[in-house]
Design a protein around this ligand. Structure first.
Ligand SMILES: C[S@@+](CC[C@H](N)C(=O)[O-])C[C@H]1O[C@@H](n2cnc3c(N)ncnc32)[C@H](O)[C@@H]1O
Length: 282
């Protein structure tokens, strides 16, 4: 039998064999609070309590073993935060990234003063649904349509939609370019459409340089276009319709020049909070 403090410190030392101490501490404490449904205050107040040898302790140990094996925290917990909400994530979907939060913030701020009557967002590749559902929550009078090639992603995004009660987001399984082209044919002339996407942008030849845990655990169709990493931007740039009022995309930190030349002089290339070129605004 060990105390909460001993259990936490043994687990931190174990993870520290593989990664830095600050990250180990963060991950161990996050997993502990998740498994025991405790707040940080609960945890700090009960450091000297004895942890019973029960199912929760076994679960905690087994999740620490998964982290030790390199499985990312969000997959270990089965959920993660994105902006102001929590999303279910499984290995079928990309783990939402902080840069993508910035993309949503950028688009939301640009449109916060706008008075479009029939505002529609379309997303290419929704994954967990974090982008579309964040927009659905921020713009309750807008409609959001998303397409994802992964059938499993559709299931996860629909679960998140249900949990967050976002009736104004509609997700489809299929290729974005097929789905959106049919959608445009049926859609009324007065709508104002914004395209948003964090597409798979890792070039095939760069896949081997990715962090091994990304390669091992995250879905490959979410990472690469199996080409030069630019194919989604090229295809999005080819879509032309007067109802499209804007395009917002995330791209890799070395792709700013290529993305700018694909979209031409009207493209704004914007930086993330680390000063790296990461976003297209058209
Ligand atoms: C980088 S992930 C982004 C997921 C989510 N939007 C996010 O930011 O966390 C790209 C997504 O695009 C999807 N995808 C790949 N090819 C696609 C296509 N042709 N049409 C629609 N979705 C596609 C993948 O399945 C994956 O979920």
């Amino acid at each position: 039998m060990s105390s909460v403090q001993n259990l936490l410190s043994d687990s931190k030392s174990r993870l520290s064999e593989k990664q830095d101490d600050v990250l180990s501490r963060f991950e161990v404490e996050t997993v502990f609070m998740d498994v025991y449904s405790w707040t940080r205050t609960d945890m700090l107040l009960h450091l000297q309590d004895i942890v019973p040898n029960d199912k929760r302790r076994s679960r905690f140990i087994s999740l620490i073993n998964e982290l030790y094996d390199g499985r990312p925290l969000a997959y270990v917990l089965g959920h993660c935060a994105f902006l102001d909400a929590d999303y279910i994530v499984t290995q079928d979907v990309l783990i939402p990234r902080p840069e993508t939060e910035e993309l949503v913030q950028l688009l939301s701020e640009d449109l916060s003063q706008s008075d479009y009557e029939s505002l529609v967002f379309v997303e290419c590749g929704f994954g967990s649904g974090c982008v579309s559902l964040s927009l659905a929550r921020r713009f309750p009078d807008a409609l959001i349509f998303g397409w994802d090639i992964s059938r499993e992603a559709l299931d996860i995004a629909n679960k998140n939609k249900f949990l967050l009660d976002c009736q104004n987001a509609i997700f489809y399984n299929g290729d974005f370019f097929d789905g959106f082209s049919s959608f445009l044919k049926e859609c009324e002339s007065n709508v104002s459409i914004f395209i948003v996407s964090n597409p798979p942008y890792i070039a095939k030849k760069e896949m081997s340089s990715l962090d091994p845990s990304v390669l091992k655990y995250e879905p490959i169709e979410a990472l690469t276009d199996y080409g030069d990493g630019l194919s989604f931007y090229k295809r999005i740039a080819e879509i032309s319709d007067t109802r499209i009022k804007g395009v917002y995309c995330e791209f890799g930190e070395s792709q700013g020049g290529s993305v700018a030349s694909i979209f031409g002089e009207k493209a704004d290339i914007l930086q993330d909070m680390n000063g790296k070129n990461r976003f297209l605004r058209l």
